[in-house]
Design a protein around this ligand. Structure first.
Ligand code: TRP
Length: 332
């Protein structure tokens, strides 16, 4: 049986956090044997906010290095940069003509971003979900691993696909969201009721993948808990401790019950140290590999070029089919 196709991407902004790693990258690594995976750097999406060009370029390369350092094998996965495959933007133009203003207006992320970047409400921000739909539909992706915040974008991708298919016949496959096991959402250490975000202002709220051992220990020590002093999973009443348990359980590959048992009768001091140590143990080799990869940017580009070659073929075939269906003249 043919392997199912997975596509996902991360924007090239800032330094990624432990939340991005455990919620996304780590799950991707687990999927690489079972699925035919396409993982891109969504650099075009990043243009919807203002960036320093040199920093965007650097972040993009860093992110490729991180994909690989996190364990994505370039032989097994197709790794590429979104802007290297023009077919994404070409398809996105066509799909724009099959997407209604009203639909885009309802996107909660668009509304949030308008509030946040009131001085730069550009039309790219508005049509952002259409480009994302193109990213997904152009590979006939079956599954799209996304966080909760991107689910609405996936739904609109499905709506667009369905609309197009109903006019022109079966053209796009219906993508499904793939929400990983636990850990789809890692919360902030200071603010455990909201997601650990790379844009959080308080540095103590997030573990960066580039953090030193000392930073990590300090941040976990200061993580918000509660006064019960009992390692027990209860998101509602103990969001801080529950979040630490989730982090530990993913890294140690243990169930929440096993974690509860392991720390039975122990206070938060011991528990926090154990969580910090687990995170350090996981991040140290990742950081080492990441730094090695960045010493050789040429090799990174070669990996990307291989990915681009493979992805382009698939993307161009689908694009041509779409162009034909809507009535564009194909120059064969
Ligand atoms: N919008 C996604 C985010 O910010 C990134 C993204 C772009 C993406 N295209 C995608 C994710 C396609 C999944 C599939 O997180």
């Amino acid at each position: 049986m043919e392997k199912k196709i997975i596509l996902s991407g991360i924007q090239a902004t800032g330094t990624l956090t432990l939340g991005n790693y455990l919620g996304a990258l780590n799950n991707w690594v687990e999927m690489q044997d079972k699925y035919d995976c396409y993982y891109m750097i969504a650099d075009l999406h990043t243009l919807t906010i203002r960036n320093d060009p040199e920093i965007l370029r650097k972040n993009t390369l860093n992110l490729i290095a991180l994909y690989i350092a996190a364990g994505l094998d370039p032989e097994k996965n197709t790794i590429f940069i979104q802007s290297h495959i023009p077919a994404h933007t070409q398809l996105s133009w066509v799909l724009n003509c099959y997407t209604y203003m009203g639909e885009l207006n309802r996107m909660t992320q668009y509304k949030d971003k308008c509030a946040k970047h009131a001085d730069n409400i550009n039309s790219g921000l508005f049509t952002y979900p259409v480009l994302m739909a193109a990213d997904i539909l152009i590979y006939n992706a079956d599954l799209v691993p996304v966080g909760q915040d991107q689910k609405q974008h996936l739904e609109i991708a499905r709506d667009i696909a369905e609309r197009f298919n109903s006019i022109y016949g079966e053209t796009f496959k219906m993508p499904e969201p793939y929400i990983g096991k636990v850990g789809a959402k890692i919360m902030g250490l200071q603010n455990p009721t909201s997601k650990m975000s790379k844009s959080a202002e308080d540095p103590m709220d997030k573990i960066l993948l580039s953090d030193t051992k000392e930073d990590i220990i300090k941040k976990f020590k200061k993580a918000v808990t509660d006064s019960e002093n009992k390692v027990r999973f209860d998101v509602e009443n103990k969001p801080g401790v529950s979040n630490l348990m989730v982090i530990y359980s993913i890294i140690k590959n243990k169930t929440i019950e096993e974690v509860e048992k392991e720390f039975e009768g122990q206070g938060y001091g011991n528990f926090k140290t154990a969580v910090a140590e687990a995170v350090i143990e996981r991040l140290e080799p990742l950081q080492k590999r990441y730094n090695e990869l960045l010493e050789n940017p040429k090799e990174l580009m070669e990996i990307c070029n291989k990915g681009t070659e493979k992805a382009s073929k698939k993307a161009n075939t689908l694009l041509k089919n779409v162009y034909k269906k809507v009535g564009l003249v194909i120059n064969e």
